[in-house]
Design a protein around this ligand. Structure first.
Ligand code: TRH
Length: 366
């Protein structure tokens, strides 16, 4: 069966937060469920996986969940035998003895470095590049997720996007001046205080759902105490940290999602509703070109009205402008933003998804 590359190893080191494991967990499950692959997922921090997959037993070094064989990856872990495809997520560095075993295996395994998602154009030129090992007869390939042709596509499971006509119906229902339900998943550096004031003073009731961790800490610092809170037009409700599939369902139910990082950023797009992204901050503002590259793509075919309010809101939420002004304009243009988002989804849905692209890429690169 080696010729169909049945066996896949995915290695993940949790740098911080949940995005690294969030991506690897989705990819692992999809390879099993939609591509019939057998997947071992090696993760160095089981508690991060447990948070997004509560059925996992955080004390077991090996276990199977959703058809994925999950291993607690420790310095002492014996990783063998060598599998057909090896995914090194986000340059997490494979164990040296495993690399030596890979070099001694025939046929040679397909070795992929799965990169972070970026809309910057260099991702296209770097996608698929080969990097020969300096001393061993091995080649690693760089696989770049992306929004456009020539990249590795986006993680998208079958049926993760609701039919677009049902999304349009929800948008019309909202136009009747109902309460706007908002999820707030952000870093502590977001201008949360400004946003809450803008919600409270806005022209429409807002129900804001806040998960634990950085988002709730930021909200508690502004409003005091543990909540729930009520201020003017705004009610704020703390919610539990959800299993990943339940989090996705929450994004689909909300009218607007504030998301962050990489994985929730993409999920909010699949949810089909207007969203606002807080990008993971980098030294020397290196995150800003990445944010602008996404805005350029996302807004390329938008109406002038939608372009202006989306840019203003995303930039303000990333501390490049006033959130109060941005929110008033964004809220007023909600329907135009929602319509634009559905058109954007149509263009994304025309792409091959990342897991399918990866399966094809690996088959063709050995
Ligand atoms: O947690 P993050 O901030 O992760 C980040 C980014 O991936 C960033 O690019 C990376 O460099 C950094 O980590 C190290 O945000 P992200 O990417 O949105 O991941 C959050 C994950 O948590 C996502 O898979 C959704 C999941 N989640 C749940 O499963 N349940 C929940 O209740 C919530 C709030 C999130």
């Amino acid at each position: 069966m080696a010729s169909m590359q049945l066996h896949w190893d995915i290695f993940c080191r949790v740098v911080d937060n949940f995005g690294d494991i969030g991506v690897c967990w989705r990819l692992s499950r999809q390879l099993v469920a939609e591509h019939g692959r057998q997947v071992r997922l090696w993760v160095d921090d089981l508690s991060a996986l447990h948070a997004i997959c509560p059925t996992l037993d955080g004390k077991k070094s090996v276990q199977r969940v959703a058809g994925v064989e999950i291993h607690h990856w420790q310095a002492s872990s014996a990783v063998n035998p060598v599998f057909d495809v090896i995914i090194e997520a986000f340059a997490c560095e494979l164990p040296a003895d495993y690399i030596a075993q890979m070099a001694a295996t025939q046929p040679r395994p397909c070795w992929i470095n799965l990169e972070y998602l970026t809309a910057e154009s260099w991702a296209q030129s770097c996608h698929g590049l080969a990097s020969p090992h300096p001393t061993l007869p091995l080649v690693k390939h760089f696989y770049f997720p992306g929004f456009v042709a020539g990249t590795g596509g986006l993680l998208r499971e079958r049926d993760c996007v609701a039919p677009l006509d049902t999304l349009a119906e929800a948008d019309q229902a909202l136009a009747a001046n109902q309460t706007l339900t908002v999820s707030l998943f952000c870093y502590e550096t977001a201008p949360v205080g400004e946003l809450l004031v803008a919600f409270a003073q806005g022209g429409q009731p807002v129900r804001c759902l806040v998960p634990p961790g950085k988002p709730l800490t930021a909200v508690s610092e502004v409003l005091g105490g543990d909540g729930p809170w009520q201020r003017g037009q705004l009610t704020v409700e703390p919610i539990p940290f959800l299993a990943q599939d339940d989090f996705d369902a929450l994004l689909r139910r909300c009218d607007l999602n504030f998301v962050r990082g990489e994985d929730s950023f993409l999920r909010a797009q699949w949810a089909g509703k207007p969203f606002v992204w807080q990008i993971y901050r980098q030294d020397d503002d290196a995150h800003l070109p990445k944010l602008n590259a996404f805005l350029d793509l996302y807004c390329a075919d938008a109406s002038p009205e939608a372009v202006a309010v989306i840019r203003q809101m995303f930039l303000a939420w990333n501390r490049e402008g006033s959130v109060g002004e941005a929110w008033a304009d964004f809220a007023a243009a909600y329907s135009a933003v929602a319509r634009h988002h559905r058109r954007w989804l149509l263009t994304l849905l025309a792409q091959d998804d990342l897991a399918s692209g990866l399966v094809k890429f690996c088959a063709s690169s050995v």
